[in-house]
Write a protein that binds this ligand. Sequence first.
Ligand SMILES: [Fe+2]
Length: 149
Amino acid sequence: MIGDTALRVVEMDSQLEGFLNLLGEAERAGGRILHELTEQASSLELREMLKKVGHDEGYYASELSAHVRRLGGTPSTKTGDFVEKVRAVADFRGRLDLLNRGQRWVIRKIEENSATVRDPHLGAFLAVMADGHRVNIGALEDALKKGLA
Ligand SMILES: [Fe+2]
């Protein structure tokens, strides 16, 4: 009985663990594809912007792993299939549009799940992560409006 209770304390809610690992895999995929897109950008300004967005993705991926570990779960080391999806798009502009669609998906997932997050540190992190995605989506949209590609 005591062992059972102790187990429950250290065991992370599997739904939350699955959600955070899904986000982590998506961010890892985002970081990898952004590294490729950075090299494909012809304008230096867009290149710098994509590099920064890619660093953000890497930061979110590592923070998500840290939260999973802190809450008693096992962080996923997988990379999401988003890398292949973006690579499959023939033109550079189309790849950027798909990137922003993927970033919007991340915001939607956070919004859908935020009510079930009880840990205040994780809740604050996810709110900042969603906001960071809004900023990066806007920055890319502005760059494309300016004609940078
Ligand atoms: Fe992302």
